[in-house]
Design a protein around this ligand. Structure first.
Ligand SMILES: [Zn+2]
Length: 415
């Protein structure tokens, strides 16, 4: 049987930036409006089912993404790149910040427990001997690459770790191993299907993120959130083929940009991850009647988060309100964000694209090298209408209410 292994990379980027530090969450995030639930109904579009994708349902083999998620967290170094810091200090570069991020973004519906094994696991060979490069694969027939690294890690900890107890695995390398992230981002996740390697506990070794080097800026920990989100089933939104084009999502989701100042996940991702209750998702199916909806900003717990307007069995328009918030400090044009999801478009090929209300404007947030500015002013404001001329689907922003919510009128697509 042919092995299907999804190798999904961290976002590449260049240098330093200023941003708002991720502070303590407000108490309000602990009060979701109801239990989260996996997507269902006519707007829960099906699509690619054997890899990370925008399909509403997440296939078997990926990690759970709501409730309690347990993350075995291991530390590796190399004979030619011995750690010069304690594993505790390396751990502190990511936690508790990454845990806080997941709790706030999920409105308290994802409780992420990193379980560290505080020792450096020394690999047997120099780093170069493993042939780790950006895009390196996991080949169970190979004596190098990620398979060789993983075998050594598993052999080292199998006697003391029961892999059945964990949902995801983080393997965090000593920061002096390999190139700086500002030059080459190596961080990668092998998620979903059985990769062809088992632990002594009988479970496949999978849903594993390898974190290399250091990103810069105050929310550099988000590389871990990005990588773990692949284990939850989310695709890369930036172009992994490195085509020269404006990123399709920009700073509206960390699956496109996970450098620099913080950014929150789009509502479609929160739905897919089980962080929304059914009443927080409004569906405007084909040939339905136009209707009005009140959207509570993604950064505010509670309320309706998205209106989904299917435009075909594999595509939809989605509308959500985005305003400045704890995880969204860079929003410079609060309003209604409209985007297209395509559940049949592979990871890294633009499965989610923002509709730009102000094309070629140059954007409104230009103070960070890590934020591609063009789409930062993509939101629609009261009085604006976006119409998809192929299907007639439309979103009109009616008002911004005094409580910060937005009233929108939605016209479903015609078949
Ligand atoms: Zn990625």
């Amino acid at each position: 049987m042919k092995l299907k292994v999804s190798a999904v990379l961290a976002v590449g980027a260049a240098t330093a930036a200023a941003a708002i530090a991720l502070g303590s969450p407000p108490n309000a995030v602990a009060i979701p409006s109801g239990p989260g639930a996996p997507p269902s109904g006519p707007c829960a579009l099906r699509g690619i089912s054997n890899d990370v994708a925008e399909s509403a349902d997440t296939p078997a083999g990926f990690a759970r993404s709501s409730g309690v998620v347990r993350a075995l967290t291991l530390f590796i170094d190399f004979p030619d790149a011995r750690a010069t810091m304690s594993p505790h200090a390396r751990f502190a570069e990511f936690f508790p910040a990454a845990t806080d991020y997941f709790r706030i973004s999920s409105y308290g519906r994802l409780t992420y427990h990193p379980i560290p094994l505080f020792q450096w696991i020394r690999m047997s060979r120099p780093l170069a001997a493993y042939g780790i490069q950006r895009g390196a694969s996991f080949d169970p027939a190979s004596d190098s690459g990620y398979h060789a690294l993983s075998q050594e890690v598993v052999r080292a900890v199998d006697p003391i770790v029961d892999f059945r107890d964990y949902d995801v695995i983080n393997v965090i390398a000593s920061p002096n191993a390999g190139p700086p992230a500002t030059r080459t981002v190596l961080s990668v996740t092998f998620s979903g299907g059985d990769m062809g390697m088992k632990t002594a506990d009988g479970v496949p070794f999978r849903n594993t993120s390898f974190i290399w080097s250091r990103q810069t800026g105050v929310s550099a920990f988000r590389v871990l959130n990005h990588e773990n989100a692949h284990s939850f089933g989310l695709p890369d939104l930036y172009y992994t083929d490195e085509r020269r084009a404006t990123p399709p999502v920009g700073h509206w989701d960390p699956m496109d940009e996970d450098w620099g100042p913080s950014n929150d996940f789009v509502g479609w991702h929160k739905w897919k991850l089980g962080w929304l209750s059914p009443d927080q998702v409004h569906c405007a199916p084909h040939n339905g009647t136009p209707g009005e909806h009140t959207l509570t900003p993604v950064s505010t717990p509670g309320g309706t988060k998205i209106v989904v307007i299917p435009t075909s069995p594999r595509t939809a328009l989605v509308a959500e309100a985005r305003t400045r918030g704890l995880l969204d400090p860079t929003v410079c044009r609060p309003g209604v964000l409209v985007y297209r999801v395509a559940t049949d478009v592979p990871s890294g090929r633009g499965p989610l694209r923002i509709v730009d209300a102000t094309p070629h404007s140059g954007g409104c947030y230009k103070s960070s090298k890590f934020v591609e500015p063009e789409l930062t002013d993509a939101t629609f404001l009261p009085g604006d209408t976006y119409t998809d001329h192929t299907t007639g689907a439309a979103v009109t922003v009616l008002t911004e209410n005094p409580d910060g919510t937005y009233r929108v009128r939605v016209t479903p697509a015609r078949t």
